[in-house]
Design a protein around this ligand. Structure first.
Ligand SMILES: Nc1ncnc2c1ncn2[C@@H]1O[C@H](COP(=O)(O)OP(=O)(O)OP(=O)(O)O)[C@@H](O)[C@H]1O
Ligand SMILES: [Mg+2]
Length: 352
């Protein structure tokens, strides 16, 4: 009997679907999301199942609650998946639940019923059209994010329950939206304050690196407890997975900084084209950026802004002053006083 390896058949066929295998997905996500393996492990099987056409009928392809301290990559996870599946981190239908804290505000999402005041003016935000507009030719899977879900009004919670359960949402005008081709993420800071207390002041810049298993279990228990206090059992039962994000280790922060520096470099080259130059950030300058960009309260949230303020803005001023030559190497080091960054330019010498 002749057998063909499924793997090799898919890879060698010119008509291979653009779908990514679970290994490809894990690899691509790990390039973008650092140190939160539990999140990747939880999400990838559901995407693979959807791509294979094996997701359950009548419900979203996956429903995840992402918990944990601020700035540890919850939102970044969703953006990274969008980048991998659709080529853009913006391909996400995001609902800021903080904007729907009062029951009457929920009409903004689903539109007011006919005959109600403001029916014509309220165009629903959660339509089938908007849902499909965040899918792409590469993948029909729409990514939906309910951010800060603990802030949602009770009526939004009821609405969510229907979506999670039946994969359907009935709009004010009585039409319905199906979420079968959607993967739903909810993020929350529930339990985050208690987690920070458990972690003590050292969080965010942990030099010893990896969190020990005992602490990790404690954090998960804190998160589970907070979830049980705030959400009904029906809601919890409809989740495919709850993921507790861990504080970022020193190693993870280093890698995040690398990612952001690489992004800055791409940005300079994309925007300036032939006028572009290269940057070389010295180790002490990296340390300086990490110290300012990482904190107990905001994780790596401020890192991007710090790089913007401390590196990109000074570079912009040098460009405007005509002090950076195209093709040169700009070396970014710590100033002698140690309280700012210094920029020096080395001209590129093709003969060197
Ligand atoms: N694990 C990570 N991998 C890569 N980048 C990260 C990670 N964690 C944080 N970052 C960086 O920090 C920024 C803020 O992270 P993110 O928005 O994901 O935080 P969050 O966990 O959603 O926090 P919050 O609870 O405050 O919304 C990201 O845009 C990204 O640049
Ligand atoms: Mg977030």
């Amino acid at each position: 009997m002749k057998t063909t390896s499924i793997n090799s058949r898919r890879r060698n066929s010119s008509a291979a679907p653009p779908n990514l295998t679970d290994r490809d997905l894990v690899h691509e996500l790990r390039q973008r999301l650092i140190g939160q393996q539990a999140a990747i492990d939880a999400i990838v099987p559901y995407v693979t199942m959807f791509q294979a056409g094996l997701s359950p009928e009548g419900r979203p392809a996956g429903v995840f609650l992402l918990l944990g301290p601020s700035g540890t990559g919850k939102t970044r996870t969703v953006e990274a998946l969008a980048e991998v599946l659709h080529g853009s981190e913006k391909s996400v239908l995001k609902i800021d639940c903080g904007e729907y804290q009062m029951d009457h505000e929920v009409a903004k999402l689903i539109g007011a019923p006919p005959g109600y005041l403001g029916h014509r003016e309220t165009q629903p935000l959660l339509t089938q059209f908007r849902l499909s507009s965040v899918a792409s030719e590469q993948s029909p899977l729409s990514i939906v994010l309910f951010d800060e879900v603990e802030k949602a009004a009770p009526s939004l919670n009821r609405l969510l329950l229907g979506v999670l359960d039946k994969g359907q949402l009935r709009l004010g005008d009585n039409t319905s939206v199906t979420f079968e081709n959607s993967i739903i993420f909810m993020t929350s800071n529930l339990g985050a304050a208690a987690m920070m207390k458990e972690l003590g002041a050292g969080f965010g810049f942990k030099r010893e690196g990896i969190l020990d298993a005992d602490r990790s279990r404690k954090l998960t228990a804190i998160a589970d407890n907070a979830v049980r206090k705030s959400f009904t059992p029906e809601f919890i039962n409809r989740l495919d997975a709850t993921v507790t994000y861990e504080p970022l280790s020193r190693e993870a922060l280093d890698q995040i900084l690398d990612l952001q520096i690489a992004r800055l470099d791409t940005h300079i080259h994309n925007r300036l084209g032939l006028r572009a130059f290269n940057i070389d950030i010295r180790p002490e300058a990296r340390e300086y950026l990490l110290e300012r960009g990482v904190s107990t309260s905001f994780g790596a949230r401020e890192l991007k802004r710090t790089i913007h303020r401390q590196v990109l803005q000074p570079l912009a001023n040098f460009i405007l002053a005509g002090r950076i030559r195209p093709g040169s190497h700009v070396r970014i080091a710590l100033s002698e006083a140690g309280d700012s960054l210094s920029f020096t330019q080395r001209l590129y010498d093709p003969a060197a």
